[in-house]
Design a protein around this ligand. Structure first.
Ligand code: HEC
Ligand code: HEC
Length: 277
């Protein structure tokens, strides 16, 4: 390198330093933007920082009062709330289309944000701009380190198609009847024989957060797991993470699971008629 004596050109020194700093800054920026070769295998790239910052802003205004400043579920409104707001730091979610134990997909989180959770305080953010929803989701995904690892992610599970008989009233009757018989054995201890959530074991159930976990009242028109028959099927197949609702994949066949769904849909219809005679 040709170092000039400052006496010949008094500006050369400082300018050279400036250029060096600028070069360093470009180097650092380039490192930050490119793939991080030091990241351990299976570590996903960091999310878009600007989106996360916007997400924090959205979270502070719309979510923090319940889910808490740090996402620990202990917001100022949470004390008397039941069920409690999710502890987002745990990275365990109840209602997702990915396999058991996996994190929800972005579409799962969007469904919950847009639609809320029936029978809980989780509101439906119907009018929130799309970008804010995406930002809030990006921020939620920074609250637990589980999101960093590829092994905790999986796409939505492929489920078998809803059987054709589900739509024919007369064909559904015998399936719902055999579903009822199975329900009485497998499900009634928690959900009650009438599927109203009042089984003999209901009162003593707790979830993995040590909170009471009342079985769902399956007569309600909207399940928290999702709007369609497939969502009921998925809950029976996979169970609900973090709760005593276990997977019945090993103890029921595909046909038996659809029979159970048919029984639940029948109880919904009966309940709707009883409530609005
Ligand atoms: C008024 C209180 C309240 C507000 C405000 C609120 N939540 Fe919730 N949220 C809840 C409750 C209660 C639950 C748990 C419901 C349950 O266990 O079924 C929940 C659950 C969730 C879940 C977990 C769903 C699952 O599958 O386990 C997510 C994710 C979530 N909220 C995100 C948000 C975000 C993001 C916001 C802000 C945009 C927000 N919530 C605002 C009360 C709230
Ligand atoms: C050990 C008790 C227990 C047994 C047995 C049980 N459940 Fe559940 N179930 C629960 C609890 C608790 C929940 C609520 C989880 C939550 O959303 O917090 C639930 C939720 C559900 C849901 C989801 C409802 C929704 O709103 O998304 C469906 C569907 C369901 N159960 C069906 C069944 C069927 C069918 C059986 C029998 C094959 C069964 N359950 C057996 C405890 C039980």
């Amino acid at each position: 390198m040709n170092i000039q004596a400052p006496t010949h050109n008094p500006h050369a020194g400082p300018r050279r330093v400036c250029a060096a700093i600028a070069g360093l800054a470009v180097g650092v920026l380039a490192l930050g933007a490119g793939p991080d070769t030091n990241a351990p295998a299976g570590r996903l790239p960091d999310p878009d920082r600007e989106l996360v910052l916007q997400g924090r802003y959205v979270y502070e205004r719309n979510c923090q009062a319940c889910h808490g400043r740090w996402g620990d579920g202990r917001g100022e409104l949470a004390r008397d709330m039941f069920p409690k707001p999710r502890r987002l730091t745990a990275g365990v979610f109840k209602y997702h289309t990915s396999p058991p134990g996996k994190l929800p997909t972005d579409a799962d989180l969007e469904r919950i944000l847009r639609g809320g959770l029936a029978g809980t305080s989780m509101p439906a953010f119907v009018a929130m701009p799309d970008r804010d929803v995406r930002a809030a989701i990006a921020y939620v995904k920074t609250l637990s380190s589980r999101w960093h690892w590829a092994t905790n992610h999986a796409p939505s599970m492929e489920l078998p198609p809803v059987p054709g008989w589900m739509n024919g009233d007369s064909e559904r009757v015998p399936h719902a009847a055999s579903g009822a018989a199975r329900f009485a054995v497998l499900c009634a201890p928690c959900h009650g024989p009438a599927a109203d959530g009042k089984g003999p074991d209901a009162a003593r159930l707790v979830d993995q957060w040590d909170q009471p976990a009342p079985p769902a009242d399956l007569r309600q028109p909207s399940a928290r797991s999702g709007p369609g028959p497939k969502d009921l099927y998925r809950a029976i197949l996979n169970g609900i993470d973090g709760t005593p609702m276990a997977s019945f994949a090993a103890t029921t066949t595909e046909e038996q699971r659809w029979d159970l769904v048919a029984f639940i849909l029948r109880r919904r219809e009966e309940f709707a008629r009883e409530s609005n005679p």
